[in-house]
Design a protein around this ligand. Structure first.
Ligand SMILES: NC(=O)c1ccc[n+]([C@@H]2O[C@H](COP(=O)([O-])OP(=O)(O)OC[C@H]3O[C@@H](n4cnc5c(N)ncnc54)[C@H](O)[C@@H]3O)[C@@H](O)[C@H]2O)c1
Length: 249
């Protein structure tokens, strides 16, 4: 194999859920090498983790701004080419925007942004940057999901007139029902998760799967969020009515 793509990683430290999946995925075809990172906001933990996974520590930076600043000083052929944004939701937009503005390609975790306004700005930034911007809606990589899309496209299901998507996830249940624990996770903190927890976390996957498998576009939605407890600021469940192209609902 020729030269590997130089990958930078933001977030995804040893304490994270998704970091290992990105590292494994980047190795599957052996065409990426991790050359720089801020795995963790704590510098010592950051360096210790880099050592643990056998990545040279000379380009492990104390924070995101330093990563961009220092990488731009390197000759282009040595510099990070694509950077993965695996941090909590509120950081996706500022990090992705600054990376695009500075010529890096971006692999961004979902949700892409936490507001519509940010998404519009990011789209505009991307159009000017002319680099690659990929959002990791993981499920579109599964063969069965691709098979669904191909079958629908080939007309195996006939005309689609109703779509029913459900996504149940239980790992956060014990936290949701415990008042003290509710304040300990960023996914239930609006400053870090954004305007929605459940919909931002897994609703976006359902949204993406509906559009991806049917080939139709969602035009409007009517959402009813459930917060479950008076003191809980974020949705932990929800139901969404959708209207799509061609009168599909
Ligand atoms: N595509 C998928 O299927 C999928 C699955 C899980 C999570 N995710 C997304 O991945 C993101 C991370 O989720 P997670 O479950 O791994 O979260 P997590 O809380 O387990 O890990 C977050 C990581 O980011 C690091 N971090 C926090 N602030 C940082 C900063 N300022 N600079 C650098 N690193 C920082 C933390 O130290 C930690 O290592 C979320 O946006 C989530 O929606 C996507």
């Amino acid at each position: 194999m020729g030269k590997k793509i130089k990958l930078g990683i933001l977030g995804g430290g040893g304490d994270s859920l998704i970091g290992v999946l990105h590292r494994v995925a980047s190795q599957i075809n052996d065409n990426y090498e991790i050359v720089g990172a801020v795995f963790n906001p704590d510098f010592e933990a950051n360096v210790a983790f880099a050592k643990e996974i056998d990545i040279p520590t000379n380009r492990i930076y104390k924070d995101f701004d330093t990563l961009v600043e220092e990488e731009l000083k390197l000759p282009k052929e040595e510099r990070i080419q694509v950077c993965s944004v695996l941090t909590p939701n509120f950081l996706h937009f500022p990090m992705a925007k600054k990376l695009l503005e500075n010529g890096f390609h971006v692999i961004c975790e979902k949700p892409m942004t936490t507001t519509y306004e940010e998404a519009v700005i990011l789209q505009d930034t991307l159009e000017k940057a002319k680099t690659v911007f990929a959002v990791t809606h993981t499920y579109t990589g599964y063969p069965m999901v691709r098979q669904m899309r191909e079958m629908i496209k080939a007309g195996a299901l006939g005309k689609i007139h109703k779509v029913d998507a459900q996504y149940y996830q239980g790992w956060i249940n014990s936290i949701i029902h415990d008042k003290a624990k509710r304040s300990t996770v960023w996914r239930l903190d609006p400053k870090k998760a954004g305007i929605s927890s459940c919909m931002g976390d897994i609703g976006v996957h359902a949204f993406n799967m509906i559009e991806y498998t049917t080939g139709l576009k969602i035009k409007s939605i009517l959402a009813d969020f459930n917060y479950l407890y008076e003191d809980n600021q974020m949705d932990v469940d929800g139901t969404v009515l959708i209207r799509m192209d061609k009168h599909v609902k």
